[in-house]
Design a binder for this molecule. Structure first.
Ligand SMILES: [Zn+2]
Length: 465
């Protein structure tokens, strides 16, 4: 179902006047024009995550590490980005992704719906919700794609194509009766009926028959939309598709999230880089111009467990995906943005010497030339990487070089909590390509919407019935 779209500026006057909005006063658009935009989001990729991943990648190449750079650190334009939600000092991914997709500072936990407007959530889906990038892109004839290493219905990818008063509405079985009775739809169903042209990620369980109690699965709903609507469920079936023929592709490669990069079976599980390449191949072949969002969704999950090893290795994989995207696109026509939705309470601390293994015990070489662990106030060694809060399964017998550098080691924490939390500090936005000149200064992440729609010159796009 198509709907008539007002310009984003006009709609923000209707829907966003009570909220802090960056849509209300658009600048005259003298931004250089981009044909395509690729937005990479490292979920939870704090500044400290980037620093530690840079050192990790450098050390794995035989360097001391600190002097190394991740691929996107070579981008010419950089900004500091504020991440608060309308009602939260420390944000969640639903509020932050909604801000990037609508240009509005939105509430925690909801997908593209403003606090106080929950009752209108389902009405918003079809009539009066904030205009999203995908709406303007579609109205302007552009194609749209999503890639995520998390479930494709998880908060960050959902904000590209869905409206939901709760990010928890991923599956039919997650829907409260009251929400269903007024016509709300689960996020998975919203995806298979959306304008997204290619969606690759995890979360298959939300699309299968048993999830809906219906004879028709959401995968069937997708493939029944037309002959060119195809489905892939593993690495092999994705490779078998003719991606450059403009097929409409749904790819669901795991029941829930995709495995962490280091845990994946290469024959079965596509990597983030491979999924990014597949999406770009499909979208470039259409020659319409496109908006592609790529999420490294599991950096966040590793951090929540205080497992620095997997947070860093998934960040290194994101950097590889960005490099691949840069090489696969024309720098004169493609704006590439790399950012995080929010930070984590992850720190690099304690005066280790230059080149000290980033995952290791903090060590320094003394006057006698011996490399010795530094000690805490109790005389115990400690790791360079740690967290302000989290499970803190501290076992002093594990404070050895081998134990702390093992894949499953969980870092020490200060405040004991079941799950480590997000942080409220700023994140970085990196940009290259047409329109990236506006990636400078300090602003709320809602402005990323403005940078994207102005670079694509789709702010005033209107759907023609
Ligand atoms: Zn999180």
């Amino acid at each position: 179902m198509k709907r008539l779209l007002l310009s984003a500026a006009a709609l923000s006057l209707i829907s966003g006047c009570q909220a802090a909005s960056t849509q209300t006063a658009p600048q005259p658009n003298d931004t250089p024009k981009a044909k395509n935009v690729i937005l990479f989001i490292g979920d939870g990729m704090s500044v400290s995550t980037i620093t530690a991943a840079r050192i990790y990648e450098g050390q794995s190449q035989g360097k001391t590490g600190e002097e190394h750079s991740l691929s996107f650190e070579a981008f010419p334009n950089v900004a500091m980005v504020k991440t608060y939600n309308l009602d939260a000092q420390v944000p969640d991914s639903a509020g932050t992704a909604s801000a990037m997709n609508t240009g509005l500072v939105t509430g925690i936990g909801a997908i593209n719906i403003q606090p106080g407007n929950e009752a209108a959530g389902c009405r918003d889906e079809t009539r009066s919700g904030p205009v999203r990038i995908i709406d303007l892109a579609e109205a302007a004839g552009l194609s749209t794609g999503i890639v995520s290493s998390a479930r494709i219905t998880h908060a960050t990818p959902a904000a590209v194509y869905a409206y939901a008063e709760s990010r928890g509405f991923e599956r039919y079985k997650d829907m409260p009766k009251g929400a269903l009775s007024i016509g709300c739809r689960d996020i998975a169903e919203q995806l298979v009926t959306s304008d997204v042209d290619i969606a690759l990620g995890g979360g298959r369980r939300a699309f299968e028959k048993y999830s809906r109690g219906s004879a028709v699965s959401l995968i069937d709903m997708w493939t029944q939309r037309g002959d060119d609507y195809v489905y892939a469920d593993d690495h092999k079936s994705l490779k078998a598709l003719n991606l450059s023929s403009g097929q409409q592709v749904l790819g669901l490669f795991s029941n829930s999230h995709l495995p962490y990069h280091v845990d994946r079976k290469a024959s079965k599980d596509p990597s983030l880089t491979e999924l990014t390449t597949a999406a770009i191949t499909n979208l470039e072949a259409r020659d319409t111009g496109y908006f592609l969002m790529v999420e490294a969704g599991r950096i966040d999950h590793a951090h929540h467990q205080t497992n620095a090893y997997r947070a860093l290795t998934d960040t290194v994989e994101l950097a590889a995906a960005v490099q691949t995207a840069y090489e696969a696109t024309n720098p004169n026509e493609t704006l590439i943005l790399v950012t995080a939705d929010h930070g984590h309470v992850f720190t690099i601390a304690g005066y280790p010497e230059r080149g000290n293994p980033i995952l290791g015990l903090a060590k320094r070489t003394n006057r006698d030339g011996e490399r010795k662990p530094l000690e805490d106030a109790d005389g115990l060694p400690y790791t360079t990487l740690g967290y302000h809060n989290g499970p803190n399964q501290r076992d002093d017998t594990l404070l050895t070089d081998n134990a702390v550098q093992a894949q499953d080691y969980l870092q020490q924490t200060s405040v004991r909590m079941e799950s480590e939390t997000h942080s409220g500090e700023d994140v970085i936005l990196y940009g290259t390509g047409p329109g990236s000149e506006r990636v400078k200064g300090s602003f709320h992440q809602a402005k990323i919407f403005d940078i994207i729609v102005d670079s694509l010159d789709i702010r005033g796009a209107q759907e023609v019935e």
